[in-house]
Design a protein around this ligand. Structure first.
Ligand SMILES: [Zn+2]
Length: 486
């Protein structure tokens, strides 16, 4: 299916930008209007303050997925863009669920392969409201933080993209490529309204050669930026069902083939299993860049991971030091759901578990299943790969002009901290874009501590307002450097 879409994508690469997404000619980029003098994007402090307001408004629109209800947020964005004279198009995906696209064109002739896409998603994960200290949809500001579901993931980036897009329009910057604003829906669930379907139905409306999206982060440690992880690849998700079968019967006379017991034993073995380390080229480069940033002891182990004599021990030390590093180095398997039993006094005929698997790109799921089958080694237990497993996308190039611009700008802007190529353990819309030959890079441009990052998908998600303003500025500098004629 994706092969077919890739073919179709190649055809529409030459198609022109849709009229609906074009900016009205008066005041459009590259078309100077006499009454307004062009200004450089330059100082972003004023627009960052406006963007804080857009972010607060977006947080107040509950787009928890499921069900998403992104259409309300989509209409809000269309309204904000309309005030700037930018005609955005709503792309309806399902009842109540929509994406938004708008474009600033370089010239009358579209050149999708050069175009830059600013991507963010409208939906958020749900909340456990009772565990929050503030209303998750109240956009409460406290101690310099803006609280709310989506404050970082991904309404923060959405508001920053919007700010940069609008500042390009206001400044009448002379673009050297089309810049396209895209707000996607159903990212968190990746279902029938997600970017996969958006590309299948509407690729011609946002076809681009380059994209910036969430996926990477500016990591703050001990009060300063330690490094910037620019996501160029991501792991691939799949699910495996573990199914134990036995004879159902009266719980007063237990039998050896009780499927609950067999399932529990299988899950315990799987839970203790660690897949072998496999370095992708991006992960190798990441750790090379990371080693000098860590203390001497840990740096030494990081450097030893790929050596013959101490490699295995070093891999264990590094994996134990961080769940993120552990997951960057290998396929991971996390049991997530257990299901068995119908009554306290009935031994059931079947017991099931779900394993959420995250594969390094290129690693086949069949190899994991074979390994787990050997490990479980129980004729009563069967493993079944579930439908809708993810597809591995090729990594984005670390040699592209855009990657060069991103890494140069962020390093300058964050006090010389290095930019490292990053392979996220989590999924983003970028995988689907990469499958369509887009050089997509992940960078949430806000400098964030581990404590703030942990709150994404958790309780009391929040963004430091200072970090938000800085992120808007950094994103503006990246986009200006790449897409504005100098
Ligand atoms: Zn996200």
């Amino acid at each position: 299916m994706v092969q077919m879409m890739a073919g179709a994508a190649a055809l529409v690469m030459a198609a022109s930008f849709p009229a609906a997404a074009q900016v009205a000619p008066a005041g459009g980029p590259g078309i100077p209007a006499n009454s307004v003098s062009p200004r450089p994007v330059g100082d972003t402090s004023a627009i960052a303050k406006e963007a804080q307001g857009w972010l607060a408004d977006l947080i107040k629109i509950n787009t928890s997925n499921p069900p998403g209800n992104e259409q309300i947020a989509a209409l809000y964005l269309v309204g904000v863009l309309a005030k700037e004279g930018i005609k955005a198009e709503i792309l309806d995906m399902k009842p109540g669920r929509s994406a938004v696209v708008a474009g600033l064109r370089r010239s009358a002739v579209a050149e999708p392969s050069r175009a830059l896409l600013l991507v963010a998603h409208l939906d958020t994960v749900p909340v456990e409201k009772s565990r929050w200290s503030v209303d998750p949809f109240g956009a409460v500001v406290k101690d310099g933080y803006l609280y709310g579901r989506g404050a970082i993931d991904d309404k923060g980036m959405l508001a920053a993209n919007l700010a940069v897009f609008i500042s390009l329009k206001r400044s009448m910057a002379r673009l050297n490529r089309d810049v396209i604003f895209l707000a996607t829906d159903d990212e968190e669930a990746g279902g029938d309204a997600s970017i996969r379907m958006l590309i299948a139905k509407h690729w011609d409306k946002f076809a681009a050669g380059y994209a910036i999206n969430e996926g990477g982060n500016v990591f703050v440690k001990s009060g300063k930026v330690q490094y910037i992880g620019v996501q160029a690849s991501e792991k691939v998700a799949a699910n495996i069902a573990v199914i134990a079968r036995g004879t159902s019967g009266h719980a007063s006379q237990p039998t050896k083939d009780n499927p609950v017991v067999h399932l529990a034993a299988a899950v315990a073995k799987i839970g203790n299993y660690s897949a072998p380390v496999h370095f992708t080229s991006i992960v190798r480069r990441y750790f090379e860049g990371l080693a000098p940033l860590e203390d001497d002891e840990l740096g030494k182990w990081i450097r030893s991971m790929d050596t013959a004599d101490r490699g295995e021990h070093a891999q264990r030390v590094v994996s134990d030091a961080s769940p993120l590093w552990n997951a960057m180095l290998r396929d991971t398997i996390a049991p997530t759901i257990l299901n068995a039993g119908i009554a306290n006094n009935v031994i059931p005929a079947e017991a099931r578990a779900n394993l959420n698997v995250r594969l390094l790109p290129g690693d086949p799921i069949d190899a994991v299943v074979n390994e787990l089958n050997k490990l479980v080694n129980d004729p009563q237990v069967r493993l079944e790969v579930q439908p809708n497993a993810g597809l591995a996308a090729p990594p984005s190039s670390l040699e592209s002009d855009f990657y060069g611009v991103i890494t140069k700008v962020v390093s300058q802007e964050f006090g010389g901290a290095p930019a490292l190529p990053f392979q996220s353990t989590w999924l983003t819309d970028s995988a689907q874009l990469r499958l369509h030959n887009v050089q997509a890079y992940g960078l949430v441009p806000f400098p964030l501590t581990q404590d703030d990052l942990k709150r994404m998908h958790g309780d009391d998600e929040r963004i430091p307002l200072g970090a938000f303003d800085k992120g808007v500025d950094v994103l503006a500098k990246i986009v200006t450097e790449f897409a504005v004629a100098h």
